[in-house]
Design a protein around this ligand. Sequence first.
Ligand code: AHG
Ligand code: MN
Ligand code: MN
Length: 329
Amino acid sequence: MSKLVFLSDFVLQEQDVSPDIAKVLAAVEIASKIVSHDIRQAGLVDHILGAQGLDNIQGEAQQKLDLVADDAFIDAFQNCGAVCGIASEENEDFVAFTSDEAKNADLIVLFDPLDGSSNIDVNVSIGTIFSIYRRVSAKGTPATLEDMLQPGTEQVAAGYVLYGSSTMLIYAAAKGVNGFTLDPQSNQFCLSHPNLLMPSVGRMYAMNEGNINACDPKLKSYLAYCQSDENDFNAPYSGRYIGSLVADFHRNLIKGGIYIYPAVHAHPAGRLRLLYECNPLAFIAEKSGGLATTGQERILELKPTSLHQRVPYFVGSKNMVEKAMSLLQ
Ligand code: AHG
Ligand code: MN
Ligand code: MN
């Protein structure tokens, strides 16, 4: 068997991982191991399963694990020495770290600490999604809202941790996308999926079809195409919807497929958050050969107007996203 490459070694070898990005990755590694460990004993301890009794800024019931994960990642970013500020899906406002070291740091991290909250209590895959930018404000000063509201094209790197049947960390930067699996024995993330490329077409589509009568009727014609013998495989695609974006995305990254969360009556601007979910996964999709749009526009070119902004989302295999867009015109 060839020698295992740990994430910490990979970071040293890769030319497009600067020392400050390496510190952020080390922080992701620390926090995700805490969260992964907690998840693996979820039903046996008090602080993981169930709601914690309050709603977040978006009116969604916060689960205990949403907050455990939020605290773990904020702590890790605050202490890593390379991050001047963060914004998280679970907090109303962004946080500008106050230490001198943080004020002199260059990086911003935007993240969804726990994606797929509704799946926590039923032992189904969940994840953490993160996105890294360079600040636009001056070094030595506190991070600003402007630092947080940069278009996705400005991302330096992005990734996610999937707490699935194994725990995996996917990391995307200028040179491409690599996947690491957490080895339970050594407790190290080991390179398992080098140079990931998303197939340009797949045989699976993911959408909450309960929403089909609550969205643009033109989407029905795309789903009919997916379900027909007239598509590019001359056989119906399989429907797969986990309800954890990060897990649905990961399946499509490996096998090919499309994920759709359109504007629906209950969420007229879409349900998914541009800063914490759509931009990082759009960056990973594009770096692996896929595509991400609102159905009309490229996600990465949107200029964010607020921290918790939502957008309609079509992401996955390039040909499938293009086909869906062509039927929406
Ligand atoms: P979060 O748990 O971070 O709030 O995100 C949930 C998101 C996403 O993960 C998932 O794909 C989608 O919401 C599910 O929404 P529906 O239950 O409306 O299908
Ligand atoms: Mn989410
Ligand atoms: Mn979340």
